[in-house]
Design a protein around this ligand. Structure first.
Ligand code: P5A
Length: 478
């Protein structure tokens, strides 16, 4: 299982860098013999576990976790017209049980609306059953025809977190959309990943939704990646699946629903945005190893240095700490743990052992500093962890700001989106949207819901018709 310790390609060649880091840092084994399916290595799986336990914690505040089956009868999957139209090209079908053809074909879930909502019909009787908020973290299957890539475009999405909610009316569903956006913001802030919150245009919303709001981030090559979506389904699915409740006044009404999802693309973004030419850079909270202690061993002084190292290990045992007392040279040890993204390193040589001190450095900085061993405690480590996250977040925002530019000229916009994200103003007319996509050969991500780190005017003239427009992002996308 040992990955080769050769140098990584520079992150400037992002595609190669990504391909290599996924394997060298032992995130995924890409040798599984089915296209678009990959194997999680133990190290990658630990990152997944840490990231997803945060996602669970956030949902557990006011959602219940459930599990629905992976197989969906064709009769249910096909019920909602828009939904099936959106997914029919992507569904894997189970047609046989052994040698017997099945009476009703079964779809491997591409997402679970049509598995869950027939059961919502049974669970929801009265207004007292609402709101209903559930989620599951499961695998889903999509027969993707665009270029597949580990964590980014999968045919088996192994970590599909999908939440589904039902409410009394459209307004309450709309409130839930806002809640879900808040939840996703908290999640991505936790990972120090900058995002844009964008309302998708009509032609790019989730099949069956009234509207879709997406989280997009910018990858190192300037292309954007959708790292989560929140959909207001209104009563579209409720009408199809007859999900009704009895209101206080005895009247029967359809529920209004929302759903929102995040996949392991959140991990792809985490690795890609923070990593550098030396390897991964992981925030303290989601790093399988948070601190590495490296004893610098000289002949005759080993015992003292190891004793001091073990003392530090003991002091920090509440964290995920490794004392690397292997035979490797210090340089090889630095290389190994840098590649794995370990945020903090503590070195102890004979001099430090004598002085009762240690040398501390962080994965994102070149500088080292000395500190007395007595000063090290968990409060200080957590303070360092917070400062570390602030630094990598600010660095990511600073970098992304440079990748976003405003344009009033179509040719300039077309040139730029081969390198980054273009901003311009666009009206809501579908023809204008189609025209701009055609002219610049990119995607209209949609209209900004909020600007956070983006510096531009919300209102302006539509770049196509000159009418009243709002700020949009246009980009090449993953
Ligand atoms: C919301 C949850 C849904 O499926 N149903 C339940 C809704 N939305 S979605 O936009 O189609 O998908 C949610 C997010 O999943 C990621 N994603 C993928 N990740 C990896 N490989 C894929 N093939 C893939 N397809 C979608 C996107 O981040 C998307 O926003």
């Amino acid at each position: 299982m040992k990955a080769k310790a050769e140098q990584l390609p520079s992150k400037q060649n992002f595609s190669e860098w990504y391909h290599e880091i996924i394997q060298k840092a032992e995130i995924m084994d890409v040798r599984y013999p089915v296209k678009g399916l990959y194997v999680w290595y133990p190290f990658g799986f630990k990152i997944r576990q840490l990231v997803y336990s945060k996602l669970r914690e956030l949902h557990d505040r006011d959602h219940d976790e459930v599990y629905f089956p992976a197989l969906i009868p064709e009769t249910e999957l096909g019920k909602e017209g828009q939904h099936i139209k959106g997914f029919e090209d992507e569904v894997y079908w189970v047609t046989h049980g052994g040698l017997d053809p099945l009476d009703v074909k079964l779809a491997l879930r591409p997402t679970s609306e049509t598995a869950i909502y027939p059961i919502f019909k049974l669970w929801i009787r009265s207004h007292a059953d609402l709101p209903l908020k559930i989620y599951q973290i499961v695998n889903t299957f999509r027969y993707e025809t665009k270029h597949t890539r580990p964590l980014i475009r999968l045919r088996e999405i192994t970590s599909f977190k999908e939440a589904h909610t039902a409410h009394k009316n459209f307004e309450e569903a709309e409130e839930q959309v806002k809640e879900a956006i808040k939840l996703y913001k908290e999640f991505y802030d936790f990972l120090a990943i900058p995002y844009m919150v964008i309302r998708r245009p009509e032609w790019d919303k989730f099949p069956g939704a009234a509207y879709t709001i997406a989280f997009d981030t910018i990858m190192p090559d300037g292309k954007t990646m959708q790292i989560g979506t929140v959909h207001n389904l209104a009563d579209n699915f409720a009408r199809t699946f007859e999900i009704e409740y009895e209101d206080i006044d005895g009247e029967h009404k359809f529920v209004n629903q929302t759903c929102y999802g995040i996949s392991e693309r959140c991990i792809a973004a985490l690795l890609s945005i923070h990593g550098d030419d030396l390897g991964l850079i992981l925030p303290f909270e989601v790093s399988p190893i948070q601190i590495v202690i490296i004893p610098i061993l000289y002949k005759g002084k080993e015992e003292k240095v190891l004793k001091a190292s073990k003392m530090v290990l003991e002091k920090l045992k509440e964290f995920r700490v490794v004392l690397d007392d292997s035979e490797d040279r210090p340089g090889a040890k630095y290389y190994k743990w840098e590649l794995k993204g370990v945020p903090m390193r503590i070195e102890i040589g004979p001099k430090e052992a004598d002085e009762n001190s240690v040398v501390v450095s962080f994965r994102d900085e070149k500088k080292k500093f000395k500190i007395s061993m007595d000063e090290i405690n968990s409060e200080l480590v957590l303070q360092w962890a917070k400062e570390f996250k602030d630094r990598i977040k600010n660095k990511a925002i600073g970098w992304m700001k440079e990748k976003v530019r405003y344009f009033e000229d179509l040719n300039d916009l077309a040139d730029w989106i081969t390198k980054g994200v273009g901003l311009t103003h666009l009206c809501k007319n579908v023809d204008c949207g189609m025209k701009v996509e055609e002219e610049v050969k990119g995607n209209v991500l949609g209209w900004f819901e909020e600007l956070n780190w983006i510096d531009a005017e919300i209102d302006g003239e539509c770049i196509i018709c000159g009418g009243k427009g709002k700020l949009v992002a246009i980009a090449k996308t993953y």
